[in-house]
Design a protein around this ligand. Structure first.
Ligand code: PLP
Length: 440
């Protein structure tokens, strides 16, 4: 293309923009748009049925009445506040702090809560604030959520990956990384971990593993960024305490979102950072620094969106668990349905040993291993011929592995669609070349 005007070269822009991880989210949206007739196991998005009876006006009214009663102001004034700029730390920190106490047993001061534009902004701010120089390194499990890897890339924060096990991060490897970096004059500043049915692995850390991780953080002196995105999507009876609730020494910065249990379109999440920060002008909390950074990124989270979420929380007695209950039931039923459908359709001597998958106890995601590389070209062929979509796992890995793995998400579909999709998927799996060694 020629003509007048400026033409930029990708090499002149930030190098992170050439990292495939930044394309991972838009790639899925594009392929879904191109194949509207395909059953999609790709998005980790909430089921649309929950949006039918959402009533934002009612939630805003509920929140306004609450604020008017609590602060002793008129409803008119409480409403006006929603149309103005607001404080960078947000308006609904009190509700979030109370919910964390009620649901998780986390006693955190309201001052330690910053309401963010989704958990994604909370991650970005936490990394921005904690990484002083490139010697401050972020540790993640391999594979990890692309949102945290992409944020670290954009901020130029180095990342080290440790293997994921059934009990979460490989602690021996993590300790070795801490020692290795220390010997180089660098440090693991923080570990990012999603202990409740991680995206994309589905890993759930048992209570003992959570305690051992905190002990290691204390011994090796790093912080933990605990992403609770799927915290209230799993079976209630099996919930282990959050790392934050087990954390007497304020090692944990908790990151949360209302996307999975309310609605992602509100773009409301939060960070809880009660770490004291010693400064010349007196002691402050890390949350104050997150809010200061936020004031230069998004200024504040939309007060209207906060009011919608605040009203929803209030309608559910101020409890995240109560708010997420109906959705959790649907997600658990869908996951059981997906695992059952895979057992019915994707087993048999022809697939035995060629295709394997793990069976998570909750969350949205099932990880499957194929006999061939699961790249964009294979996904394209699967979509065009078999009319079913999945997510390639390799962008979630930092070391180029995961090439043969795919992620199946059950959150977005109805049971009938899951059956149909798994039948199509089984046809696709059976069409893959048999790479098993045959006896001569
Ligand atoms: C593990 C994890 N954390 C955070 C998010 C994003 O949350 P939000 O939409 O609030 O930015 C997601 C979304 O898929 C996720 O899977």
């Amino acid at each position: 293309m020629t003509g007048p005007g400026v033409r930029l070269a990708a090499e002149e822009l930030h190098p992170a923009l050439s990292d495939p991880v930044l394309d991972a989210m838009s790639f899925l949206n594009e392929i879904m748009a191109r194949h509207p007739d395909a059953v999609s196991f790709a998005p980790g998005a909430p089921h649309l049925s929950h949006f039918d009876d959402l009533d934002p006006d009612r939630y805003v009214r509920r929140y306004v009445a609450h604020v008017a009663a609590r602060r002793g102001v008129s409803e008119r004034r409480a409403r006006q506040v929603l149309f103005e700029y607001g404080p960078s730390r947000g308006l609904i920190g009190d509700l979030v702090a109370r919910a964390l106490h009620a649901d998780y047993g986390c006693a955190v001061p309201e001052r330690s809560v910053v309401i963010t534009v989704g958990a994604q902004e909370a991650m970005f701010l936490a990394l921005r604030v904690l990484g002083r120089t490139p010697d401050d390194v972020l540790a993640v499990v391999n594979p990890s959520y692309v949102g945290i890897i992409g944020a670290a890339r954009l901020l130029g924060m180095p990342v080290v990956a440790v293997n994921d096990t059934d009990d979460g991060p490989d602690l021996a490897q993590l300790a070795a990384e801490c020692r290795r970096l220390r010997a180089e004059g660098r440090r693991v500043r923080a570990l990012y971990v999603a202990p409740d049915f991680a995206n994309p692995s589905g890993t759930y850390l048992p209570a003992g593993a959570r305690r051992r991780l905190l002990e290691l953080a204390e011994r090796e002196d790093f912080l933990i960024l605990e992403d609770t995105a799927y915290g209230f999507t799993g079976p209630a009876a099996r919930r282990a305490p959050t790392l934050k609730a087990l954390d007497p020494g304020a090692r944990v910065v908790l990151l949360g979102t209302f996307a999975k249990i309310c609605l992602p379109g509100a773009r409301v999440g939060f960070a809880v950072a009660d770490q004291p920060v010693a400064a010349a002008r007196g002691e402050r909390l890390l949350a104050d620094d997150l809010a200061a950074a936020k004031s230069m990124v998004t200024v504040n989270t939309s007060p209207l969106a906060q009011a919608v979420i605040g009203g929803m929380l209030l309608e559910h007695g101020g409890s995240l668990a109560a708010l997420g209950r109906a959705r959790a039931e649907l997600y658990n039923a869908n996951l059981a349905h997906l695992l059952d459908a895979l057992e019915r359709h994707a087993t048999g001597p022809d697939l035995h040993g060629r295709v394997t998958w793990h069976r998570p106890r909750g969350g949205f995601f099932v990880r499957m291993r194929l006999p061939v590389p699961a790249d964009a070209a294979l996904l394209e062929r699967c979509a065009a011929v078999h009319k079913v979509l999945w997510t390639p796992m390799s962008p979630f890995y930092l070391d180029g592995s995961g090439t043969h793995e795919i992620r199946l998400s059950c959150s977005y579909l109805d049971p009938g669609e899951i059956d149909d999709g798994v039948a199509r998927l089984a046809g696709f799996l059976r069409s893959l070349p048999d790479t098993r060694r045959r006896s001569p």
